[in-house]
Structures are given as structure tokens and as C-alpha cells.
Ligand binder design. Structure first.
Ligand code: PMP
Length: 420
């Protein structure tokens, strides 16, 4: 299929709506992407056609639901380059996936162990490992971020030692857009017999991922960032490691045999999917990865980079704007964080919203990274498959007039209502 953002928009009816009298310009994709008809149709098909609990019932609807839910794991496995459905656990999101790994690995951690993460980690990872360290007595070390928004790999080589139990890093930063040298980090972890855990929340949606080639032990992602619904995400784990890992949640479906005093676990991946899962969401996740595969992840990658370079180049030309992360020319995903001099990100966001433009402002769940950048927050514009240069031009128009418009805005009734 040829890649044409204007054509792709037709699959996303929400993009036709108006916000505050303007056509919606949706540039908050790093937070959540929109869902195409091909994906949300799954909900109607499921609830109107074969809604039933999976695995348990020997009746037609349960059989159909089970097959569809299980096959969704196959599609995700194929999308990520995993070695079959046994290596794909459905979870709620990236956060739950990282918590699942952390809980499972925590049994082997104690005071002599070190956990290496990065200064650019999302709170989903940063807070999880920090709290696991408090419980186990392990120490967390952080790979620093350089002034130009990269991981300091020299420091990483010093930080990862034979005391390191695991290394966890984002494949792509959700603030800087930096694509981290993830294979190098995975190798570094393995050189020291440590586990390599990859936060793929921003990479799985935006570029081809091959967990086999990456050799990561775990790779976490969210469905709602890759054209899927909320409430569903996943964890890739190497089969041999998942076999050994303790389950995170106990209950029905994850067991094989239960007595009053002991239990044994179901086969992979069901061992990690206790209770009734979000069935329609899981099937819809399968439809989402099919949708993206049809577009071609290489095309998605090129489109993201193209729009990001355009936006970054335009912002870099404005002396009243400061951008963060790698400079123009270096490949990145389609997100750019920036600040307009003298304008708070939330005020910029409100000005943009008045024109129907959605971006995000704040710390993007990376407070330590913002401390490192010595800023309280930033505005972040992020594109996806349906965005065009026109969307970015509309954003730039508001950026250009923001300082002037803000005087009027701060005196306006709307602002008064917002703060009172
Ligand atoms: N890691 C990164 C890099 C992210 O961008 C996000 C979402 N902003 C998360 C983790 C958490 O994702 P979720 O809220 O879907 O669990």
C-alpha cells in the first residue's frame, strides 16, 4: 500500500470533527494516537457477534472469542519479531508490563545488586525500579543524558558492571525524540550477565521493531499509542526467561492445577494473564498491528522523521523558541518538545486549543529529565500517520503569535474562568 497521510485520514473519522470552531489538529500522539475504523469496528463485531469469555467455555461463542484472542497474540508476535505467541503477554499498558517484569525479577534482587536505568526514563520505569530497589535493598544507577539529548554511553559503560542485575532503558525518549542505541545497551547488559529490559512505548508505534535482532530480554509497549484501544498493551519476553519468571498476578486462567495448598502455572503466555482479560481490546490490538503492518512500519518511520525534521527545523529558526533533544538532521521519531520564551507551556496549550490544536504541556512523566534540562516543563507536539505539514503550519502560526496573543488571553474571561 502506498503511504498517503491525506488518504489515511479517511480511516479516522474523529479527525473530521471541529474543536472551538476550527478543524481538529491532533498533535498529541505521543500521549495517545487515534484509532482507525478498522480497529474500533472490532468492538462492534465482537459484542454483536461473539462476545463470550475465553478459554473456559465449550460453546461456539467462547470458541470463536478464544481463537480471535489467541490469534491476536500471534499478530503482535509477528509485528515485533517475536518467536510465537508464547513470548507475548497482554497487559494493560507499558506501565503494567514494566511492573510485571520488575515484580518477577525482584525475587532475585538483594542489597548487592544494581539496577541501571537512565535519566530520560518515563516514570513508568523510573518509579517502578526506584520502588523495587527500596523493597529489595538494590541500588539504582542512572545513565546520564548529555546536553544534546543523548544517553552518555561512556558513562553507561562505567555504570554497567558485574554487580548490575538489569538494565532498563527507553528505546525512544518520549520527550527528546532521541532514538537510543538500544542494541548497544542490550549487549552491554548481556556482557555483564544482566537482563536487558526495553521500554518500547514510543518505538513500537513509530518504527520497525525486531525484538529478536535487538536481543532484548523484555520489551514493553502500549496499544493506545499504536492506533489501538486503551486498556491493552503487551510485554515481549524471551520464552526461556518467561518460563522461569514468577507470575505477577494470581487467579483463574493462569493456573494448571490447584489444591488447597499449592498451584502450578499454565503454559505461556497465559501464566501471566490471570482472570478475564480485556478480550475485545486484545483482538483490537491485533487489528491495530495489522493496520500498521499494512501501512508499512518503514513508511511510518520515514513519515514520522520527515514531519519531525520539518517541525524541528522551523522551530530552530525561531530565536524565541528553545527545542530539546537531537538537532535537525539526526533521525528522530515524530515528537518535538520546546518552550516559547516567556510563555508557559499550559498557556501555549490553551491558545492552541482555542484554534482546535491539541498538544501536550508539562513534564510528560519525566520529572528528573526536566530537572536535568533545568526547566519546569515543556510543550510537546507529536505526529502520527495521519498528520501532514499543514497541521504543523497551523501549530507554527500560533507559536508565532503566542507572545502577543497571550497578553489578550491572560486578560480574557476564558483565562479568568480557568484559574478561578
Ligand atoms: N514509557 C514511555 C517512553 C512513554 O512514552 C509512556 C507513555 N507516555 C509510558 C512508558 C507509559 O505508557 P502507559 O501510560 O501506556 O503505560
Amino acid at each position: 500500500m502506498s503511504f498517503d497521510a491525506a488518504e489515511i485520514r479517511a480511516d479516522f473519522p474523529v479527525l473530521d470533527r471541529r474543536v472551538n470552531g476550527h478543524p481538529l489538529t491532533y498533535l498529541d500522539n505521543a500521549a495517545t494516537t487515534h484509532t482507525p475504523r478498522q480497529v474500533y469496528d472490532v468492538f462492534e463485531e465482537f459484542y454483536a457477534g461473539y462476545n463470550a469469555n475465553i478459554h473456559r467455555g465449550i460453546h461456539e461463542l467462547s470458541h470463536e472469542a478464544s481463537i480471535a484472542y489467541e490469534e491476536a497474540h500471534d499478530r503482535v508476535a509477528e509485528f515485533l519479531g517475536a518467536d510465537g505467541r508464547e513470548e507475548i503477554v497482554f497487559t494493560k499498558n507499558t506501565t503494567e508490563s514494566i511492573n510485571l517484569v520488575a515484580y518477577g525479577l525482584s525475587r532475585g534482587l538483594d542489597a548487592g545488586d544494581e539496577i541501571v536505568t537512565t535519566e530520560m526514563d518515563h516514570h513508568a520505569s523510573l518509579v517502578t525500579w526506584q520502588q523495587i530497589a527500596k523493597r529489595t535493598g538494590a541500588t539504582v544507577r542512572h545513565i546520564p543524558v548529555t546536553a544534546d539529548g543523548h544517553l552518555d554511553m561512556d558513562a553507561a559503560r562505567e555504570l554497567v558492571t558485574d554487580d548490575t542485575a538489569l538494565v532498563c532503558a527507553p528505546h525512544v525518549s518520549n520527550v527528546l525524540g532521541t532514538i537510543n542505541p538500544i542494541e548497544e545497551l542490550v549487549d552491554l547488559a548481556h556482557d555483564h550477565d544482566a537482563y536487558a529490559v526495553v521500554d518500547g512505548a514510543q518505538s513500537a508505534p513509530t518504527r520497525p521493531v525486531d525484538v529478536g535482532a535487538m536481543d532484548a530480554d523484555f520489551f514493553a509497549f502500549s496499544g493506545h499509542k499504536l492506533a489501538g484501544p486503551t486498556g491493552i498493551g503487551g510485554l515481549y519476553g524471551k520464552r526461556a526467561i518467561l518460563e522461569e519468571l514468577d507470575p505477577f498476578l494470581f487467579g483463574g486462567e493462569m493456573i494448571r492445577n490447584v489444591t488447597l495448598t499449592d498451584s502450578t502455572w499454565n503454559e505461556l503466555p497465559w501464566k501471566f494473564e490471570a482472570g478475564t482479560p480485556p478480550i475485545a481490546e486484545g483482538i483490537a490490538l491485533g487489528a491495530a498491528v495489522d493496520y500498521l503492518s499494512e501501512l508499512g512500519m518503514e513508511n511510518v518511520r520515514a513519515h514520522e522523521n520527515d514531519l519531525a525534521q520539518y517541525l524541528l527545523g522551523e522551530l530552530a529558526d525561531r530565536e524565541f523558541v528553545r527545542t530539546y533533544g537531537p538537532e535537525v538532521g539526526e533521525e528522530r521519531t515524530g515528537l518535538v518538545s520546546f518552550n516559547v520564551q516567556g510563555v508557559h507551556g499550559h498557556d501555549l496549550s490553551s491558545l492552541l486549543n482555542d484554534r482546535g490544536i491539541a498538544i501536550r504541556a508539562g513534564d510528560h512523566c519525566t520529572q528528573p529529565l526536566h530537572d536535568r534540562l533545568e526547566i519546569p516543563g515543556s510543550a510537546r507536539a507529536s505526529v502520527y500517520v495521519y498528520n501532514t505539514r499543514e497541521d504543523i503550519d497551523r501549530l507554527l502560526d500560533v507559536v508565532d503569535s503566542a507572545r502577543e496573543d497571550l497578553d489578550g488571553y491572560l486578560a480574557s474571561e476564558r483565562y479568568h474562568d480557568l484559574i478561578s
